[in-house]
Design a protein around this ligand. Structure first.
Ligand code: TYD
Length: 211
């Protein structure tokens, strides 16, 4: 990923933000965006599902309609395919830094861990949709389930995923942590029960690895 494109321009960096609902990632994405801008980077902030006009329509369906598990996984990857083609790859080729609120780790955690979709099928979709692209850095915001649930209940009207039971989120969290243990060079686990200042410090030290 840190190679150069055909014009010889330095390729940008791709950072993703993950964690179960209520883990607190949204609070910190703005902080990192501002930090990188101050450091002179051109930052493209995006999200999944979504990130393109078509992806946002798919997001609306995904967050509010009940559907078969495999339909859900396929639509997540359909949104992702569009996002990569329209936003992520062009931005990285320009040398921009792309920050995405969720990416493929969320599919493994939610459709795989949470809903129980076969991991080999998920890996097949990943290979199909982005065989040569992985985030340079994934920040995984981690909190115990009770903390996440309390944060959700305090702040919002719940969507389809947020209405799931505790054991669903326990499976999502376990899958996130399993993936982090399997790819420690890419996925940095951030203890999101810490104070905001301590989380920020952990984020900055994770970012240093990208220079
Ligand atoms: P989220 O990113 O938490 O947005 P908000 O903060 O606005 O609620 O919501 C997206 C939801 O989509 C979240 O519950 C996780 C789910 N999701 C999947 O199940 N699979 C995926 O591949 C992605 C990208 C998201």
């Amino acid at each position: 990923m840190n190679s150069s494109d055909q014009a010889g321009k330095a390729r940008g960096r791709f950072i993703t933000f993950e964690g179960i609902d209520g883990a607190g990632k949204s609070t910190h994405i703005g902080f990192i965006t501002e930090y990188l801008k101050r450091a002179g980077k051109t930052v493209v902030s995006s999200r999944e599902p979504g990130g393109t006009p078509l992806g946002e329509k798919l997001r609306d369906l995904l967050l509010h309609e009940k559907m078969h598990l495999e339909t859900e996984a396929l639509l997540m990857f359909a949104s992702r395919r569009e996002h990569i083609a329209q936003v992520i790859e062009p931005a990285l080729a320009r040398g921009d830094w792309v920050l995405s609120d969720r990416f493929t780790d969320a599919s493994f955690a939610y459709q795989g861990g949470g809903r129980g979709m076969d991991r080999a099928k998920m890996e097949g979709l990943e290979q199909w949709v982005h065989p040569h692209l992985q985030p340079d850095l994934t920040l995984l915001f981690d909190v115990p389930l009770e903390v996440a649930r309390a944060r959700l209940d305090a702040t919002r009207t719940l969507d389809k995923f947020e209405q799931e039971e505790a054991d669903f989120f326990a499976r999502c969290r376990n899958e996130y942590l399993r993936r982090a243990a399997a790819s420690p060079e890419r996925i940095v686990v951030i203890d999101s029960t810490q104070s905001i200042d301590d989380v920020r410090e952990a984020l900055l030290s994770a970012l240093e690895k990208l220079d």
